[in-house]
Design a protein around this ligand. Structure first.
Ligand SMILES: *[C@@H]1O[C@H](CO)[C@@H](O)[C@H](O)[C@H]1NC(C)=O
Ligand SMILES: *[C@@H]1O[C@H](CO)[C@@H](O)[C@H](O)[C@H]1NC(C)=O
Ligand SMILES: *[C@@H]1O[C@H](CO)[C@@H](O)[C@H](O)[C@H]1NC(C)=O
Ligand SMILES: *[C@@H]1O[C@H](CO)[C@@H](O)[C@H](O)[C@H]1NC(C)=O
Ligand SMILES: *[C@@H]1O[C@H](CO)[C@@H](O)[C@H](O)[C@H]1NC(C)=O
Ligand SMILES: *[C@@H]1O[C@H](CO)[C@@H](O)[C@H](O)[C@H]1NC(C)=O
Ligand SMILES: [Zn+2]
Ligand SMILES: [Zn+2]
Length: 865
């Protein structure tokens, strides 16, 4: 690399790092500058929270009664009539002047009750839900569920122009309140994901008498949920939000709401419940827990200025620059597990049997003691989401409106089962990575010499190391917040670390071996620019030099990377008996020799490898950044991007195929390595691309996965073909640089050109033999010429100089046509002919060439395989 270019690259690298650092530091410093104002704002907000809590404390059931729209008249003029203006709360969003679409509250309650009554089938004609009786339900609804939703628009159109935010929330400076609000669901249907986390303690309370039905069963806990709504048909966006609320475990009812500057949802939540019993219990619970939260916030107001119960998942900037979004209220009913799922065959299980079984399962999940509870069925819920300001309903798809075969509301796993699954798969992944390390180790044991190392494609090895490095980084990042998945993540991190470091050292060695190659190519290019008019004149002196050194035997065995002697200074001897073409090919293939004079100190090599590593780290940072930000992209774009990433990743054998072809090398890596790595690296992908209920709830894409599999298979087939029929089979000769063909077709009529290897030349051509066989004193070969019974080729025999066993080679007779058949290719695989026209067993010479790139007989340099 020219120093100038290198400097430019380094300064570019530095610039990118600088930007990254700025990006990391900047938001913090901004926060620090504003924290005084922000803490004032936070104090202001907490004051408002206290007065809202006061309202919650002092109101009674029925205090919030927005007018019910009449079916006959115009919906909009209900409040102009006397006596029907309803009653309102002094809470933001619940006031009349806020203009929310509360007329549909009754409809929302009705839909919720419908869901609940349908979920619990009546026993002997008697409705069980809402009576406070013991129901066969999960008591802890913590878990993850997902399913489809359908949108029902409200009767009145609501747009951003229906509200005057500077009127209803004068304290805030709103941004973007005059465009379509965020979280505005515009599509007709889509998917939603709910992550529910319940408080582990249940608060008991005294239930109201029967006339206040439906009853809530006497216990309540607070829950929070992360709701993700995929609006793939409308705005093509994913909206993610946090909701807070209460869960009545006995009846399986969950009521959640968003809270923001323009909607004090959590304080008004009890007024949205189905009945007085629910109201009283939630008012009591919220009175305690909300006060507790506000007090804590007040104590920490200089550290933590985030709004309490904020519906934003993570956005500190929201505190200072709020933008309006649609508010949501969610009513969910936990469904009883079906008797089949519980493994109960009795069609009419008696009394509390089912409830007892479920209780046993839950306590086993809570504190595993090995009780025989069988398989834990999944968590099922039905839900209705109501947006009081944007005016629409989202209902989960399922019975009774849709047949159970089509959709079953929200289904998923309880938290403990989900965690168990995550842990298991993390361990399986770690095992896969360990097996990768094992394969890598055995490959390292195989290619530990420079000549074998030179065959391995640097890019192929890089792809593996980059992905392992990203796995390691992901695991290391996750491990700090992994909680109960800590140990499996640690194991995965360790495995990925091993894979990354061993792969990295392999990469470093490959780089060390192959670096002279690229430099020489550059040098050659530079030479080519100055005087490439005749390639023969460039290479000939060099070939002569080789010949000279080979004759005197002065060239000591040395690794390819070692420094070479400078250009020849002695007389140039062009041997008359050499095949000039073969010499040129030899010189072209033996490139490591050529640039020897410009050898740089080893230090430069280390620096370049470091800069490569630096570039790889930046690359993986960039990819990780894209992958993380892709969660907010349009689903189609995201899945296309992820498929593309997988495709590029699993094209990892392509560089190896290219390198094999360019260097005319049949096989660089062990078969176990190629097949094993392919399988192991596609397995984690298979989990997400094929398995329906994977723990990330990623949508499977089987077609893309099949394509990727086929592509990987094709690469392996090409690698196999390169091994069997030759690396340049079917590749036009002019696409590839010339390289020495170690398995040439041996033709008798090539004799004049000196084509047949030494020792195979028949005795009846003494002139030729004596001139070529200059160094025959090295080996005592005795030729036996045998005719192969009138075929178009004869077989001749010679002793292999390495193992001293007989080597039989087919020789095409003069004038015969040597078709390049596959069987011929197989036969030619048995022997190897060196540029110095010595012939050996393939196995013998390959084993030799692992250690020396020198002819065992005449010590001439051999082009690498
Ligand atoms: C309202 O607050 C007072 C004082 O904190 C408390 O005694 C009372 O029980 C609360 N009322 C309700 C309905 O929770
Ligand atoms: C509503 O509450 C605010 C304080 O949050 C208070 O200033 C206002 O007077 C109250 N309005 C009514 C009608 O009670
Ligand atoms: C929500 O989207 C609909 C359809 O695009 C639009 O008519 C309505 O005004 C939007 N509502 C808000 C509050 O932005
Ligand atoms: C919104 O409310 C503010 C304050 O009450 C008022 O000045 C403004 O005119 C209102 N804007 C509209 C469009 O009604
Ligand atoms: C869980 O519930 C208890 C009792 O109701 C309450 O004191 C505690 O703050 C709650 N924890 C959380 C995280 O909400
Ligand atoms: C599950 O519910 C039981 C009783 O309702 C409670 O004791 C336990 O702590 C809960 N566990 C979790 C993780 O919420
Ligand atoms: Zn041999
Ligand atoms: Zn030789």
């Amino acid at each position: 690399m020219p120093p100038q270019q290198q400097q430019q690259q380094q300064s570019a690298l530095g610039f990118v790092l600088f930007i990254l650092m700025l990006w990391v530091i900047f938001p913090d410093s901004e926060n620090a500058a504003q924290s005084l104002i922000v803490s004032d704002l936070a104090a202001e907000r907490l004051k408002r929270c206290w007065s809202a809590l006061d309202v919650l404390n002092q109101t009674r059931w029925g205090d919030f009664a927005p007018p019910v729209p009449r079916d006959d008249g115009d919906d909009n003029d209900y409040d102009d009539e006397d006596g029907d203006s309803g009653s309102w709360l002094n809470l933001t969003g619940f006031r009349r002047e806020d203009g929310f679409e509360w007329n549909d509250l009754e409809r929302f309650r009705e839909k919720g009750l419908q869901l609940s009554r349908y979920a619990i089938p009546p026993v002997q004609g008697q409705q069980l839900w809402g009576t406070g009786a013991r129901l066969p339900l999960w008591a802890n609804a913590s878990g993850t569920v997902h399913g489809e939703w359908v949108k029902t628009p409200g009767p009145v159109h609501r747009g951003y122009d229906s509200y005057n935010l500077s009127n209803s929330v004068p304290e805030m400076h709103w941004i973007g309140d005059k465009v379509d609000w965020a979280r505005n669901i515009t599509g007709g249907s889509g998917k939603m994901y709910v992550l529910l986390e319940g408080n582990s303690t249940v608060t008991e309370y005294e239930q109201l008498p029967d006339e206040h039905a439906p009853l809530a069963g006497g216990s309540i806990r607070n829950v929070k949920a992360t709701l993700q709504i995929e609006d793939s048909k409308g705005s093509h966006l994913n909206w993610e939000m946090r909701l807070w609320g209460a869960h009545w475990p006995r009846e399986g009812v969950i009521l959640l709401t968003t809270t923001s500057e323009k909607f004090e949802g959590i304080f008004g939540l009890p007024h949205l419940t189905p009945s007085a019993d629910y109201f009283q219990s939630s008012q009591m619970l919220l009175n305690q827990t909300l006060a507790h939260t506000i007090v804590t916030k007040q104590e920490n107001r200089y550290m933590d200025q985030n709004a309490p119960w904020s519906s934003e998942i993570e956005s500190p900037s929201y505190t200072t620059h709020p933008y309006p979004h649609c508010e949501f209220v969610m009513y969910a009913q936990v469904q009883p597990p079906s008797p089949q799922d519980l493994g109960i065959t009795d069609p009419e299980p008696q009394g509390d049997a089912v409830a007892n079984l479920i209780g046993a399962m839950e306590s086993e999940l809570q504190t595993p003691q090995g009780a025989p509870v069988g398989r834990i069925p999944g968590l099922q819920m039905s839900a209705v989401v109501y947006s009081p300001d944007c005016g629409f309903f989202l209902e989960t798809k399922g019975p009774p409106d849709y047949p159970p075969g089509e959709a079953r509301h929200l289904s998923g796993l309880k938290k403990e089962v989900h965690l168990h699954q995550v842990k298991t798969w993390l361990l399986v992944f770690a095992l896969v990575v360990f097996l990768q390390v094992f394969l890598l180790k055995s490959q390292l044991a195989e290619s530990y010499t420079p000549s074998t190392m030179a065959r391995v494609s640097f890019t192929t090895a890089s792809i593996m190391v980059i992905v392992d490095g990203m796995t390691f980084t992901a695991a290391a990042t996750w491990v700090s917040s992994a909680a109960s998945t800590f140990l499996p993540t640690l194991v995965l991190m360790f495995a990925a670390f091993l894979s990354m470091t061993i792969g990295g050292s392999f990469l470093a060695k490959i780089h060390e071996v192959q670096m002279p190659e690229t430099r020489d190519r550059r040098d050659r290019n530079r030479q080519g620019n100055t005087g490439a008019n005749d390639a023969t004149t460039n290479t000939q002196p060099h070939a002569a030099e080789l010949e000279q050194q080979g004759d005197t035997g002065s060239l000591l065995p040395a690794p390819v990377t070692a420094a070479r002697p400078g250009p020849p200074s002695g007389p140039i001897i062009i041997p008359s008996d050499q095949d000039i073409d073969a010499e040129i090919a030899d010189a072209a293939a033996a490139v490591p020799l050529q640039g020897g004079a410009q050898q740089r100190p080893a230090q430069t090599a280390a620096q370049t490898f470091q800069s490569i590593v630096g570039r790889y780290i930046l690359l993986s940072l960039g990819i990780s950044f894209l992958v993380i930000s892709s969660t907010t992209w349009y689903p189609n774009v995201r899945s296309g991007f992820l498929n593309l990433c997988a495709f590029v990743y699993l094209s990892l054998w392509v560089p190896q195929i290219y390198r094999n072809t360019m260097r005319n090398c049949r096989r660089a890596l062990r078969w176990q390595f190629v097949v094993g790595q392919s399988v192991l690296r596609i397995l984690p992908l298979a989990y997400f691309w094929v398995k329906e209920d994977n723990f990330l709830y990623a949508i499977p894409e089987r077609r893309a996965f099949l394509l990727i599999c086929a592509w990987l298979w094709l690469q392996i087939v090409v690698l196999a073909a390169q091994d069997i029929v030759g690396p340049r089979f079917g590749v036009p000769a002019r696409w590839t640089p010339e390289a020495w063909d170690y398995h040439p077709v041996l033709r008798e009529d090539n004799l004049e050109a000196g084509g047949l290897p030494i020792g195979l030349v028949a005795e009846d051509q003494p002139g030729l033999r004596s001139s070529t066989d200059g160094d025959s004193h090295h080996h005592h070969h005795h030729e036996r010429k045998r005719s192969a019974g009138g075929g178009h080729s004869t077989t001749r025999a010679i002793d292999c100089a390495i193992c001293r066993e007989l080597l039989e080679v087919p020789v095409v007779k003069a004038g015969e046509d040597a078709t390049a058949s596959v069987t011929g290719a197989f036969a030619r695989r048995m022997y190897m002919v060196t540029p110095c026209r010595h012939i050996f067993h393939t196995a013998c010479l390959e084993a030799w060439m692992r250690f020396r790139l020198q002819c065992p007989i005449c010590r001439e340099e051999l082009p690498p395989l």
